[in-house]
Write a protein that binds this ligand. Structure first.
Ligand code: NAD
Length: 488
C-alpha cells in the first residue's frame, strides 16, 4: 500500500499538520513548497502556520497529557512497539521520500528510518523497567524513596539533516515517559517525517498526545515556549538558535535539552591502523553529504605519518562520485541541502584558499547544479581560518599535523564546541588518555559510527545540554519526587 504522504503528493495536495488527532490543511495557513536539493524541483507543498496553531497544538497536548501520563506503562509500551513495527515495515518507502527531500543517499535514508524504529522499540521496552531510589534506614521511623513522573507537554524542535531519527530520538522517550508532544520539524525537510506521526496514529497513540506543526520557526518555537502548559523544550540545531531558545525559556524556567553544533576532531596517531583510520575518516566526514553534527571537522595527523595519510586520502577523495542519489545509485555524495549551505561552505573554503591553504589531490568531477559541492581535504590551513575553527557542515575538512600526543589533545580541545571526537591508535593506554583528555560528549575510538539507540548522545560546552538515547534520554522527560513517609 502506498504511503499516505506519497499519495497526497501524487494527487498534488498540500501536506497537513496533525493537531488534536486531526490532519489539517485549513486554519488560515499559508502553503510552502519543498524542493529536491538535487534537482531544484518542487516535490511537495506543506501547510505553513504561525503562532496560533502552535498555541492550539499546545492546548490540545495539555488536555491530552493526563490520560496518557496515567495509562499503564504496559499500555504505552504496546502502542510504541506497534509504531516501531509500522515504521520499520514502511522504511523503504519513507526512506525514498527522505532521500528526495534531503539529497541523502537512499541506503542512508532507509537506514535512518530503521534506526528511528529502533528508538521506539528501545524506549517502549525501557519504560517497563523504571528506576527509582530507596534510601537506607538512616531513621527507622521513616521510609524514604524517589518516584518519577512525566514532566508534561514537550516541544520537540528539530533540524533538516536527520529529520526522522532526531524526531524519533525525542518522541520515543517523551511518549514512553508519559509526556504529550508538539513537534515542529525544519521547514527544509518536513515531508518524510510526517510518516512518523502517521505510524504513531496508526499504532493507537490517542488524539492530542502527538501533534505535528509546520510553520514559521521564530513564531512557533517561541509561542510554544511561552505557553503556560509547556514544561520542556528539546531542541536540536545550531548553537545560535539553541542559546536564543534557552534565554527565552529562562523566563518561565522551562527545562531545555539542547543538541547543538559540533566541531569534531579526528585524530590519527602514527601507531594507528591506517587502513581503518582512513576508512573511518571517509565515513565520519562524508556521511549525509558532510552534513552531520558529529562529522569529522578537523583532521589531526601525527607528523610521522602525515605525508602518507595525505597521499592516501588525496587519492581516495579524487575517486568520490558526486551526483543525484535518486538518479544514480552508485554516488558517494549527494547535494547539500540548499544554496545557502553551498554559499557558506564555499566562503569557508574560499577564505582558507586565500590565506594559503590548498586542496589535497585532484578534484572529483562534480555535476552541474546549484547544490553540489566539490568534496575533499585542504592542507596548510592557517589556524585563524574558519576552516580551522568553525563547524563546516559540508564535505570539506582541513588536515593539520601534530608532533606529540599532548599537542594533539591541545589542538583537539581548542574549540568552543564539544559534541564528538574520534581517535585512532593501537595503544590502549593512549586510547584511555585520549578518552579522559578530550572534552567531548561522544567519542569514537578506532571506529567512526558511535550512534546507537542504547547509548547517550550529547555534547559539552557550546554543543549542548543534556543527553538523548539510553536511560539518560528518558530522564530529560521526567521529574523526580522524593517521598519521606513516617511509619510507626
Ligand atoms: P538551525 O538552528 O538553523 O535550525 C534548527 C531548527 O530550528 C529548525 O527547525 C529551524 O526551522 C529552527 N529555527 C531556525 N531559526 C530559528 C529561530 N530564529 N528561532 C527558532 N527556531 C529557529 O539548524 P540547522 O541548520 O537546521 O541544522 C544544522 C545545525 O544543527 C548544525 O549546527 C548541526 O551541528 C546541528 N545539529 C546538531 C545535532 C546534535 O545532535 N547535536 C544533530 C543535528 C544537527
Amino acid at each position: 500500500m502506498p504511503l499516505a504522504t506519497a499519495e497526497l503528493i501524487r494527487r498534488g495536495e498540500t501536506l497537513p499538520m496533525l493537531v488534536g488527532g486531526e490532519w489539517r490543511v485549513s486554519g488560515g495557513f499559508e502553503t510552502k513548497e519543498v524542493t529536491n536539493p538535487a534537482t531544484g524541483e518542487v516535490i511537495a507543498k506543506i501547510s505553513y502556520g504561525g503562532r496560533s496553531v502552535a498555541k492550539e497544538a499546545c492546548d490540545v497536548a495539555n488536555s491530552a497529557f493526563s490520560a496518557w501520563a496515567t495509562m499503564s506503562t504496559r499500555g504505552r509500551s504496546d502502542i510504541l512497539l506497534r509504531a516501531s513495527e509500522l515504521i520499520a515495515q514502511r522504511a523503504p518507502q519513507i526512506g525514498e521520500l527522505l532521500s528526495i527531500e534531503t539529497g541523502k543517499l537512499l541506503n542512508e535514508a532507509v537506514g535512518e528510518v530503521r534506526f528511528s524504529a529502533e528508538y521506539f522499540k528501545w524506549f517502549a521496552e525501557e519504560i517497563r523497567r523504571p528506576r527509582g531510589e530507596v534510601f537506607s534506614l538512616e531513621d527507622p521511623t521513616r521510609r524514604q524513596m524517589t518516584i518519577t513522573r512525566p514532566i508534561g507537554v514537550v516541544a520537540s524542535l528539530t533540524p533538516w539533516n536527520f529529520p526522522i531519527s532526531i524526531q524519533a530520538r525525542k518522541l520515543a522517550p517523551a511518549l514512553a515517559a508519559g509526556c504529550s508532544v508538539v513537534a515542529r520539524p525544519s521547514e527544509k525537510a518536513p515531508v518524510a517525517v510526517s510518516e512518523l506521526f502517521r505510524a504513531l496514529v496508526d499504532a493507537g497513540v490517542p488524539d492530542g498526545v502527538v501533534n505535528l506543526i509546520y510553520g514559521s520557526a521564530s513564531e512557533q518555537s517561541y509561542a510554544l515556549i511561552e505557553h503556560p502548559g509547556l514544561r520542556a523544550v528539546s531542541f536540536t540545531g545550531s548553537t545560535e538558535v539553541g542559546s536564543s531558545l534557552m534565554r527565552f525559556a529562562a523566563d518561565r524556567i522551562v527545562r531545555c535539552s539542547l543538541e547543538l553544533g559540533g566541531d569534531a576532531p579526528f585524530i590519527i596517531f602514527a601507531d594507528a591502523d591506517l587502513d581503518a583510520a582512513i576508512d573511518g575518516l571517509f565515513i565520519a566526514k562524508f556521511r549525509n553529504n558532510g552534513q552531520s553534527c558529529i562529522a569529522a571537522n578537523r583532521v589531526l595527523v601525527s607528523r610521522e605519518v602525515f605525508d602518507e595519510v595525505v597521499e592516501r586520502i588525496a587519492k581516495r577523495a579524487s575517486l568520490l562520485k558526486v551526483g543525484d542519489p535518486m538518479a544514480e545509485r552508485t554516488v558517494d555524495i549527494g547535494p547539500l541541502i540548499d544554496s545557502a549551505r553551498v554559499r557558506d561552505v564555499a566562503s569557508i573554503v574560499g577564505e582558507a584558499l586565500s590565506k594559503g591553504a590548498s586542496f589535497i589531490g585532484d578534484s572529483p568531477s562534480v555535476p552541474e547544479g546549484a547544490n553540489y559541492f566539490r568534496p575533499g581535504f585542504l592542507k596548510d590551513v592557517p589556524r585563524d581560518c574558519r576552516l580551522a575553527r568553525d563547524e563546516v557542515f559540508g564535505p570539506i575538512a582541513g588536515v593539520f599535523p601534530f608532533d606529540s600526543e599532548q599537542e594533539a589533545l591541545e589542538l583537539a580541545n581548542d574549540t568552543e564546541m564539544g559534541l564528538a571526537g574520534y581517535a585512532y591508535s593501537k595503544d590502549s593506554s593512549r586510547i584511555f588518555r585520549i578518552a579522559e583528555g578530550l572534552n567531548v560528549g561522544i567519542l569514537g575510538l578506532n571506529h567512526s559510527l558511535p550512534s546507537v539507540v542504547y547509548a547517550p548522545m550529547g555534547g559539552v560546552k557550546r554543543s549542548g545540554l543534556g543527553r538523548e538515547g539510553a536511560h539518560l534520554g528518558l530522564e530529560e522527560f521526567t521529574e523526580t519526587t522524593y517521598l519521606s513517609i513516617g511509619v510507626s
